[in-house]
Design a protein around this ligand. Structure first.
Ligand code: FAD
Length: 386
């Protein structure tokens, strides 16, 4: 299958070239040992790909979300998994958009130089799940510090990050007018926190995705680490969430093309009943169907990214892009397994690994039902259900 002919060919071929140094076997072995692709992440950072969105004045390349999404797409399209690194893109963005000048000067050049990783964002609480405004983790101001107590779950890449963005309630829910008020975001120095009140418990899971439970017991964060104004953290986070959803849509698009490439290749090569299996319409039509779905989802992904880059509202498009792309990549994954018959289950074909990896995105970072609910309420004017 041809690669897309868009204006990002230079980025596409450079990322593809880097990814070629980390072939399927690299990711397969790391998946088997549930390791972290350190060498791959280092290579991406050294080449500057993870600082693509940091403005040039802070040492980055000053590219937009659209270009960043192409980087993520190409990683997944090459057989890798951007889940190990994508946090760096959107978490940095939260700091860039809502951080103070001093915070930007302090962190962004080091992030751009690859000296600091900001891979983690801690939002989800164990008892409250998707109902984010109910989070139980609190940050109470005591002099020039905030004291944090509570618990988080599913917090990714903490063990491979220097900095983490933390959402905590600073004003009790009962005391705010709107439930989205009274929460704040902080920059947490992970190494310091691990020795001073934050403990980390890894969660073994279906994919090789480093994710953890976090426990906070009187963790003290300097007040200067508050991002923006106290109480407005949820609002600041939303832009970052739109970037996250759009990047993940692009990753799913990359996965989708990977599955379709593999399925089409195998359908051409595998001969059963004296003919390539792909000669049977029962085999080729589902591959064509999956390809059409990926192409359609890709349009919404570029629409969302463009709106974001134009500083226009993009919540609806980011959600819809993530929904369409995650669904399409999952369908492509299914078709790829089916086309490969028994070999779809063999680890050495990498399909089962990518199949597991792409499944995640219908649940995280936002589950499909919550996207339906957003569209129903905000676009269609249907009554709020929760
Ligand atoms: C591998 C992995 C990595 C993650 N990384 C991070 C991270 O780095 N940081 C972070 O903060 N979080 C992270 N998450 C958490 C993720 O964002 C949540 O799992 C996701 O938002 C769903 O929340 P939940 O698991 O609590 O499900 P719940 O909120 O318990 O929901 C369970 C199911 O019920 C459905 N549901 C719930 N309420 C309704 C309703 N009113 N109407 C219809 N359906 C409903 C949901 O759609 C879902 O399918 C990660 C999760 C995973 C699995």
């Amino acid at each position: 299958m041809q690669h897309q002919t868009d204006q990002f060919q230079d980025i596409r071929s450079a990322v593809r070239q880097l990814c070629a140094e980390f072939p399927d076997a690299y990711f397969r072995e790391i998946d088997a040992e549930r390791g972290y692709p350190e060498a791959f992440v280092d290579a991406l950072m050294k080449a500057g790909w993870l600082s693509a969105m940091i403005p040039e004045e802070f040492g980055g390349s000053g590219l937009g979300l659209t270009a960043a999404s192409v980087i993520m797409e190409e990683i997944n399209r090459s057989g890798g998994n951007s889940g190990a690194v994508h946090g760096q893109m959107y978490n940095m963005g939260t700091l860039l958009r809502s951080g103070s000048e001093a915070q930007k000067q302090r962190y962004l050049p080091k992030i751009a130089a690859g000296e600091l990783r900001i891979q983690s964002m801690a939002v989800t609480g164990p008892t409250t799940g998707t109902d984010t405004t109910e989070i139980k983790t609190t940050a109470v101001r005591v002099g020039d510090r905030y004291r944090v107590n509570g618990q988080k779950v599913w917090i990714s890449r903490v063990q491979h990050s220097d900095l983490m963005i933390l959402l905590a309630r600073t004003t009790p829910l009962a005391e705010v007018k709107r439930k989205s008020e009274g929460m704040s975001i902080f920059i947490v120095d992970v190494n310091h926190a691990m020795k001073n009140g934050m403990s980390v418990r890894p969660i073994p899971n279906m994919v090789n995705h480093e994710t953890n439970e976090l426990f906070f017991e009187n963790l003290e964060i300097p007040a200067e680490n508050l991002i923006g104004e106290e109480g407005l953290g949820f609002k600041y986070l939303l832009d970052g969430l739109n970037a996250e959803r759009t990047l993940i849509a692009a990753e799913c698009i990359g996965d989708g093309y990977w599955f379709i490439d593999r399925a089409a290749k195998y359908a051409n090569e595998r001969v059963v009943f004296d003919r390539p299996i792909g000669k049977n319409q029962g085999v080729q039509f589902p591959i064509a169907d999956a390809y059409i779905e990926i192409e359609a989802a890709n349009l919404m992904r570029f629409k969302a990214a463009q709106l974001f880059d134009d500083n226009k509202p993009c919540g609806a498009e980011a959600n819809m892009a993530k929904y369409l792309a995650a669904k399409a990549s999952w369908e492509a994954a299914n078709v790829c397994v089916q086309t490969h018959g028994g070999f779809g289950f063999a680890c050495e074909y990498d399909i089962e690994r990518k199949f597991r990896e792409t499944r995640l995105y219908q649940v995280a970072p936002i589950s499909t039902n919550l996207i339906f609910s957003y569209v129903a309420e905000h676009l269609l004017g249907l009554p709020r259900s929760f």
